[in-house]
Design a protein around this ligand. Structure first.
Ligand code: MRU
Length: 363
């Protein structure tokens, strides 16, 4: 997508710098900073500190981390050690494990001398595939938006939570891809953007939508219920960090409450789901490890001052804080899953019909 008229992906290999280029998301939307990642420590730090974030982007970053590790030392031991370090960075988004498994399966059988080039090519392939997956999610989600517009003949109001936009993926985004495609097709859309405390990833979504000219309104997390009761939301579309084989959806904390409100108000609740985010090994969402992050993300907020980004405290000194980063929306509250192969019910049968190759391989 474009930033200040220039086309970007959220990460790319910078040949001149001989390093992975990333956009440091900690400062968005206040400052746009490109940084280079050139050591294993820096890869681990980038994921842990959320310089890069969003399930698909974490997976692609980890694949480039393996590429770096193989260049430094292509031995079996180094492959195992790098995999273990990267896997431990964040627990919930399954794309991390998916990408690392894919790297291990492809690289381990190769002679060590072939691993550096193969690892780099695989990381590039994983990044490119992510873009194509998101393009297809957009194509399958677009008719859902079009149908609402055809029925109502007014702008389609879509509520989203967190950031499942291009910056959370390699490009285009998951939840935002149908929105961008609808907007580009001339369908009038308006997006309600939840701010998404504690880290305010909604501000990233608003920044993206503004850059693409998509009408939107930034709202506090608790506004969604009121908006849905008043008929001001036609559909909810979120991303996901891990979806079980039965269709339970783990996503940013607060997503479950949006799904409950949507069910109560009869608003369709869709989840944009790239297949690497399906955890075929888990049936029940209650089994998913929910990341608990530093309480400082809750007790403080980062904002923009005249001198640049700054952090201020919002809770009284000494008050204990809790910071669960994700929750699980049960499949029964999900109207449909928008995948790169089409839209399906949030059920084992629905996912299995779209992905029989993968579903049968892990059965
Ligand atoms: O903690 P984050 O910012 O990595 O969480 C991201 C989300 O919850 C996104 O909605 C999800 O990864 C889907 S991204 C396409």
């Amino acid at each position: 997508m474009r930033v200040d008229g220039k086309q970007y992906r959220s990460l790319w290999w910078d040949e001149e710098a001989d390093a992975l280029a990333i956009i440091d998301q900690r400062w968005l939307p206040h400052a746009f900073r490109v940084e280079h990642v050139r050591s294993m420590d820096a890869f681990v730090e980038a994921i842990v500190q959320m310089r890069v974030r969003g399930a698909p982007l974490i997976g692609a970053t980890a694949a480039y981390g393996i590429a770096l590790a193989m260049r430094l030392d292509p031995s079996d031991g180094a492959l195992a050690a790098a995999t273990a370090r990267l896997l431990a960075t964040r627990p919930t988004a399954v794309n991390l494990r998916w990408a690392l498994d894919r790297c291990r399966l492809q690289l381990a059988p190769l002679p060590a001398s072939e691993r550096p080039a193969a690892a780099r090519a695989l990381a590039r392939r994983i990044a490119d595939e992510d873009v194509e997956i998101n393009r297809a999610i957009g194509a399958h989600g677009l008719p859902l938006i079009r149908q609402i517009h055809d029925r109502t003949d007014r702008p389609v109001n879509i509520l989203t939570h967190c950031n499942a936009g291009w910056i959370a993926t390699v490009d285009l985004g998951t939840a935002t891809s149908p929105i961008y495609q609808a907007h580009d097709a001339g369908i009038p859309v308006h997006v309600w953007v939840d701010e998404t405390r504690p880290r305010n990833q909604g501000a990233l979504t608003a920044w993206e939508l503004a850059a693409h000219g998509v009408p939107h309104t930034y709202v506090v997390d608790n506004a969604g219920g009121l908006l849905m009761q008043r008929g001001q939301v036609d559909m909810v579309v979120t991303g996901t960090d891990r979806t079980t084989r039965r269709g339970d959806v783990c996503n940013k904390i607060g997503t479950y409450l949006k799904a409950l409100a949507a069910r109560d108000s009869g608003v369709p609740f869709y989840v944009a789901l790239p297949s690497p985010t399906i955890d075929w090994t888990v049936s029940d969402g209650a089994e998913i490890v929910i990341e608990e992050r530093d309480g400082r993300e809750v007790s403080h907020v980062i904002g923009r001052t005249e001198d640049g980004p700054a952090e201020v405290a919002v809770s009284p000194p000494g008050s204990p804080v809790g910071n669960w980063a994700f929750d699980v929306t049960p499949a029964r509250l999900v109207t449909g899953l928008i995948t790169e192969r089409g839209v399906c019910a949030a059920t084992e049968a629905g996912l299995g019909a779209l992905f029989p190759d993968v579903a049968s391989a892990v059965a």
